[in-house]
Design a protein around this ligand. Sequence first.
Ligand code: NAD
Length: 278
Amino acid sequence: MSNTPLYPGRTAVVTGAALGIGLAACRRFASLGMKVCMADVDAERLTRARDEVAALAAGGSADVLAVPTDVAKSGDMRALKAATDAAFGDVGLLMNNAVTRVGGDVWQGQDNWRGAFDVNFWGIVNGIEVFVPDMIAAGTEAAVVNVGSKQGITNPPGNTAYNVTKAAVKAYTEGLQHSLRNSEGCRVNAHLLVPGWTTTGEKEHKPGAWLPDQVVDRLIAAITAGDFYIICPDTEVTSEMDRQRIIWGALDMTENRPPLSRWHPDYKATFDAWAAKN
Ligand SMILES: NC(=O)c1ccc[n+]([C@@H]2O[C@H](COP(=O)([O-])OP(=O)(O)OC[C@H]3O[C@@H](n4cnc5c(N)ncnc54)[C@H](O)[C@@H]3O)[C@@H](O)[C@H]2O)c1
């Protein structure tokens, strides 16, 4: 993996690290010999997660740092950066993964909407602003992984607030990568990780879902390949189905259909027929 930042001795910083995909990523980065800085708002769970990751790290607990952090607070993120620099430095990978599912539909109220944006969008902006300038200045290969969602691409009805935050993450990360690739001498690349349905925490693992380690397998392969879009399938939704759903959503606009036509009863048969041919 010499052409990637994922090699022994470098530092990975992961938010939302106490559970799910974030924790699985930390376990993997530790197994690769990286130093790992774990950030999460749930301090108690974070302590347990740190012990789990330290058991896999080459240097044991000396290679793993846990910093209770609310990503929505820029001061917390600055403290996370200071703690990372003091312990390890040399950040090769920043994974902005923390999430809240508060939100709801358009009538849910601004408090919910702002709560969703504070974590899912501004948490990522905080991470980028605090960590990335020094990653660029270091002049070494480095990666930023912002975690989005298919809900931010195809916008299914239900939790519209969550969808909008994840659509913002997609647009922001695309703009970020454009900016990075046009900065002279910059060796930092951004990636948009889009997990499919993934079982995390104590949730019952259902047959259609992936496990967090499968998402991490896909992430590592995609960083190594230099892919920007990392759209994970699951056991129920194939990559081919994702491709069709993304294209169909874009066609709503260009074909002047109602929005979210996939969930519109008048268009169900049309979608099914189109998907069978495309
Ligand atoms: N699990 C899925 O099916 C799925 C699907 C699509 C996208 N995703 C995305 O993948 C990422 C990880 O999802 P997951 O299911 O593993 O999450 P999870 O719910 O299992 O864990 C999220 C972690 O984020 C932490 N967190 C919440 N608010 C925080 C804050 N303000 N500051 C710091 N940490 C905070 C929580 O304490 C928790 O440990 C998220 O960005 C999510 O949107 C997940």
